[in-house]
Ligand binder design. Structure first.
Ligand SMILES: CC(C)(COP(=O)(O)OP(=O)(O)OC[C@H]1O[C@@H](n2cnc3c(N)ncnc32)[C@H](O)[C@@H]1OP(=O)(O)O)[C@@H](O)C(=O)NCCC(=O)NCCS
Length: 211
């Protein structure tokens, strides 16, 4: 919990050195592809410094306000917050943001996380998700999605996620594994979108939520 507060606090305070304290030197930072001017992958602390500038310099102000952190069973943590941002053009962005973290048993480091937001009253969307590279394939991604489904607001009927599509050819093993992961967790393709530029065809998947 201390690491989560520290990492999010450093991000909100614009404290790059504080953010780096929470990141392993060999971090591979894979971005969502949603933001223009941001590379798909950044490596190590130097890469993260570059990401920090590439991403933050386009914003006048950017902050995540933590409203609640709940500790669940088996080292699961759920965060509810609000994303506040102001672009250099003066346009403000306000979004509810949720996060789920799974920590490792030995040193409590973050093993995987996802971020999500609401899209209307009955729909939620996973906006970003990653598991530490050396721990992939051991069930952490499945735990993250299950924890989120348990914590979705009452009345939520569907959960969306976007990933890179294979409609223009195979984009690489990592993406087919990711799509396989979502298909095996109950998601089905619902739309092909052109929102990430011609090099990143986007597929939207959805999973019904019934509780
Ligand atoms: C996709 C991802 C979040 C899945 O998490 P995970 O902890 O590896 O998944 P689990 O262990 O719960 O589930 C394993 C399943 O996911 C699939 N999978 C996806 N990527 C995998 C990887 N790199 N290694 C092993 N399995 C992977 C496997 O096909 C496996 O299927 P199975 O259960 O039928 O054997 C994770 O692999 C990851 O971080 N990938 C890179 C980043 C990414 O693509 N993020 C999503 C887009 S924003």
């Amino acid at each position: 919990m201390r690491r989560i507060r520290g990492g999010l606090g450093a991000w909100s305070d614009g404290d790059l050195e504080g953010a780096l304290e929470n990141l392993r030197p060999e971090i591979e930072f894979v971005t969502s592809g949603v933001f223009l001017g941001v590379e798909p992958v950044y490596h190590g602390h130097e890469g993260f410094r570059q990401f920090w500038h590439d991403f933050r310099d386009t914003w006048e102000q950017i902050r995540v306000e933590i409203r609640d952190i709940v500790e669940g069973e088996q080292r699961h943590y759920a965060v509810v917050g609000q994303f506040h941002a102001m672009g250099r053009d003066g346009i403000g962005v306000e979004r509810p943001v949720g996060m789920v973290f799974v920590a490792t048993a030995d040193d409590g480091a973050v093993a995987g996380f996802l971020t999500w937001t609401t899209a209307g009253d009955r729909t939620a969307e996973i906006t970003w998700m990653a598991v530490r590279a050396d721990l992939r394939g051991s069930g952490i991604g499945t735990e993250l999605v299950a924890e989120l489904v348990d914590r979705l607001p009452a009345g939520t009927r569907s959960l969306l996620v976007k990933t890179v599509s294979d409609r223009d050819g195979d984009p690489g093993a990592e993406y087919s594994q990711t799509r396989g992961f979502y298909l095996a967790r109950g998601f089905s393709p619902v739309a092909e979108l052109d929102i990430w530029g011609p090099e990143n065809p986007c597929q939207e998947l959805a999973r019904p939520i019934s509780r």
